[in-house]
Design a protein around this ligand. Structure first.
Ligand code: 13P
Length: 252
C-alpha cells in the first residue's frame, strides 16, 4: 500500500516564535489524535527547522525543508546543504516547487542535481511538477508535466526513485483560490502514474505517492482525496492555520 501523506509548505511565512507555536500545537494534536496509516510533514523555513524537528515526537509527524543546494558543502554563501537539513532531524525536502522554478530560475538540470544530493543524504524528495495556465489552455499540460518528470526525476534508478513522492501542483491553482477540479486532478495523477509505470513498471507505479497541491483547503480536500490516484496533498496557505490543516489531514 502506498503512503498517504499531507505535507504543509509554510513558504516564507511565520517568524520563529509563531512557527514554533504552530508546530507545538500540531504535535500536541497528533499525540492526542494519532495518525493512522498516514504521514504529516511540515516543511518549514530553514530558520525553524532545527527547533521544529527536535520538538516533534508525535508518531507520523516529521519536518521537512522547502529547498536544498545541489552541492555537498563549501563556498556557497547563503545556501543550505541536504546534509545540514538531515542533521536537524528533518526527513524530507521539497524540490522543484514552481515558485523556485519561476522566481529563482531553477531548471530541470539543477533540480535533478538537487534531487540526487537530497537522496544521497537520506531525505525523502517531494518533487513538484505542474503547468502554468497558458500551457493548460494550449493543451500542452501533459507534455509539460511529462518533461519535468523525465528530466528531473526519471534519471534515478528504481530504488532511489522509490524514495521520492511526486506533487502535482498546477501553477494556476497555487495561492489563487482556484482549485483543480477533482476530475482534473485525477486525470493528471492517473497520467503521472502511467508515466511512472512506463518507466519503472506497474509495481513501482502502484507504490508511488502522488500529492495534489494548489488551493487545497479543508472545504475541498475530501473531494480531491477521494480520487483513486490522489494520495494526499501539498498544502500552502491552509497549512499555516492549525485547525484548517488538521481538518485537511482528517479528510485524508
Ligand atoms: P496554496 O495551498 O497556498 O495554493 O499553495 C500550494 C503550494 O504551492 C504548496 O506547495
Amino acid at each position: 500500500m502506498r503512503k498517504k501523506i499531507v505535507a504543509g509548505n509554510w513558504k516564507m511565512n511565520m517568524e520563529l516564535a509563531e512557527g514554533v507555536a504552530l508546530a507545538t500545537g500540531l504535535n500536541k494534536h497528533f499525540l492526542a489524535e494519532p495518525l493512522k496509516n498516514k504521514e504529516v510533514i511540515i516543511c518549514t523555513p530553514f530558520i525553524h527547522l532545527g527547533i521544529v524537528s527536535s520538538l516533534l515526537d508525535a508518531p507520523g509527524l516529521t519536518a521537512g525543508a522547502q529547498n536544498c543546494n545541489d552541492h555537498k558543502s563549501g563556498a556557497y554563501t547563503g545556501e543550505i546543504s541536504a546534509a545540514m537539513i538531515r542533521s536537524t532531524g528533518a526527513r524530507a525536502v521539497i524540490i522543484g516547487h514552481s515558485e523556485r522554478r519561476t522566481y529563482y530560475g531553477e531548471d530541470d538540470t539543477l533540480l535533478a542535481a538537487k534531487t540526487a544530493e537530497a537522496l544521497r543524504n537520506g531525505l525523502m524528495v517531494i518533487f513538484c511538477c505542474g503547468e502554468v495556465l497558458s500551457e493548460r489552455e494550449g493543451g500542452i499540460h501533459f507534455d509539460v508535466v511529462q518533461r519535468q518528470l523525465e528530466r528531473g526525476l526519471f534519471f534515478l534508478p528504481e530504488d532511489e526513485f522509490m524514495k521520492c513522492v511526486i506533487a502535482y501542483e498546477p501553477v494556476w491553482a497555487i495561492g489563487t483560490g482556484v482549485t483543480a477540479s477533482p476530475a482534473q486532478a485525477q486525470e493528471m495523477h492517473h497520467f503521472i502514474r502511467g508515466l511512472v509505470s512506463k518507466k519503472y513498471g506497474m509495481a513501482v507505479a502502484e507504490e508511488t505517492t502522488i500529492l495534489y497541491g494548489g488551493s487545497c483547503k479543508a472545504s475541498n480536500a475530501a473531494e480531491l482525496f477521494a480520487n483513486g490516484d490522489v494520495d494526499g496533498g501539498l498544502i500552502g496557505g491552509a497549512s499555516l492555520v492549525k485547525e484548517e490543516f488538521c481538518n485537511i489531514v482528517n479528510a485524508l
